[in-house]
Design a protein around this ligand. Structure first.
Ligand code: 2M8
Length: 459
């Protein structure tokens, strides 16, 4: 498919999903604003309209809680309650979240999602620095992004060693990953008759999480809400350190250092935090045996023996030890993820894992945002040929699937909903003229390792 068709299709999806102040992930399945979706969407939108990209992030940040958290959903009051579950009357943020500083004038969820936002803000600024400066974009978002980072590194340090924990599978963004099966098995599900799954009004049940998973999601969210969304360590039935979320947390600290320097402030604090967090990530979640990062169950105090694409995402970070970066590249290209071999795109979960299902949501299908991150990681460590091939495959699969929410990792067949915003947004970014060359220059200039030989070894 010609790249111009892919580009114009993606632009059409982003235009049709724009509400005037932000973008819905999907007009049917997800008719509100989602936190990490908006980050990826802004990264694509910056090439079409830097102003809209700024608005996307500013709209989300306007509903930030006083404790610094950015809620995972900001509800549109014009959308009927029945359109999405759990709806605002489930979360009751303005009342149940008042002690945590939830805004009084907006309804949101009370949980969070991975912190892509500082990186997104930095990339949005770079798309048109003059326009960004004119609107004081970075100066306005910087304190909010710092407060968000402090929320995650302080209030969410439930393991006590510095990494952020998730307290609900939805917080990982990879909702029904098999990584959550062991810690979720401890949770008594809410009765299925106690809620109505609006997702099944729009999605095929075989592509979505099971009712048993939903019962557990509901129970955990109710529990968190009923504690006033407090984050006291030891009181969460589900607490997991996820390498994907923590990789983005560290990437955010690097982006905040760039933003601080651009604003004439001292970036040192962010640089030190990024280095410390990277050391902790390596100590706590790196598995030399598996050649990737694994999740840690903080409640059971044990490693979760499941491999998901989240464990490859630290590749986006500068400064990984050579042996770690080499092993990650080998694992990505090996039988579990099939990059450049058996799969078109990196699957969300281990192809050889017992929970693998090529159709069901985060249990195997390939997702475009995850692959966009992997593409950057490959470039960061000098695997340009593999990154180019993945980029090509991402664009082809996105346009060929009608900008599907996710696809079968082997065939590229569309799954989930269509005309999905972040699929369109990363397509625009991957096709933006000069963007990849700029990235290569940035990575070369910052003198991060070039591991081309490692990739050759891996093949
Ligand atoms: C999916 O999650 C929501 C709950 O947050 C759902 O299934 O209803 C996930 O894919 C998540 O990563 C994404 O942000 C959200 C909206 O696209 O949908």
């Amino acid at each position: 498919m010609a790249t111009s068709i892919a580009y114009s299709g993606a632009r059409r999806v982003l235009a049709q999903n724009w509400t005037g102040s932000s973008t819905v992930p999907s007009r049917t399945l997800y008719p509100h604003q989602w936190s990490w979706d908006s980050g990826f969407i802004a990264i694509g939108l910056r090439h079409l309209s830097p102003f809209r990209a700024q608005r996307e992030l500013e709209t989300l940040l306007a509903s930030q809680w006083e404790d610094g958290r950015i809620p995972h959903i900001v509800f549109n009051p014009a959308v009927p309650l029945t359109a999405y579950f759990p709806s605002p009357d489930f979360w009751r943020s303005s009342t149940a979240g008042s002690a945590a500083g939830a805004p009084a004038g907006a309804e949101t969820s009370g949980i969070v999602q991975p912190p892509i936002h500082a990186l997104a803000a930095w990339l949005v600024h770079q798309a048109d620095p003059a326009a960004s400066e004119r609107r004081g974009f970075l100066r306005r978002v910087y304190p909010r992004l710092v407060a968000w980072q402090r929320y995650l590194t302080e209030r969410r340090d439930l393991g006590g060693l510095g990494l952020a924990s998730i307290v609900h599978p939805w917080e990982s963004g990879m909702d029904n990953s098999p990584c959550w099966d062991p810690p979720l098995a401890r949770i008594e599900p809410a009765a299925s008759a106690s809620f109505h799954r609006a997702d099944l009004d729009h999605g095929c049940p075989a592509d979505r999480p099971t009712d048993l998973d939903y019962g557990r999601y509901v129970r955990l969210a109710e529990h968190y809400r009923d504690q006033g969304y407090a984050d006291d360590p030891g009181r969460q039935p589900f607490a997991v350190e996820d390498p994907g979320l923590n990789a983005l947390l560290i990437a955010a600290e690097h982006a905040l250092a760039e933003i601080a320097a651009e604003l004439g402030e001292d970036p040192a604090d962010h640089q030190v935090r990024a280095a410390q967090l990277t050391t902790t990530l390596l100590k706590r979640l790196w598995s030399p045996q598996e050649g990737m990062f694994l999740c840690r169950d903080v409640v059971a105090n044990e490693t979760i023996p499941e491999r998901s694409a989240a464990g490859l995402l630290p590749l986006i970070l500068p400064g990984l030890p050579d042996d770690v970066a080499r092993a990650l590249l080998r694992t990505a290209a090996g039988p579990r993820f099939g990059l450049g071999g058996t799969t078109r795109l990196v699957p969300s979960y281990d192809l050889a894992g017992k929970g693998f299902d090529p159709a069901r949501y985060w249990r195997g299908p390939a997702w475009f945002n995850v692959n966009w991150l992997v593409e950057r990681g490959l470039r960061r460590y000098g695997a340009d040929l593999q990154a180019d091939a993945l980029r090509h495959s991402l664009v082809r699969s996105a346009a060929g699937s009608g900008y599907a929410e996710y696809v079968d990792p082997f065939t590229g067949e569309a799954r989930g909903t269509r005309d999905f915003s972040w699929t369109a947004a990363v397509t625009v970014d991957l096709l933006a003229p000069g963007e990849r060359a700029r990235l290569r220059e940035e990575y070369t200039a910052s003198a991060h390792h070039s591991l081309r030989p490692a990739l050759q070894e891996a093949r």
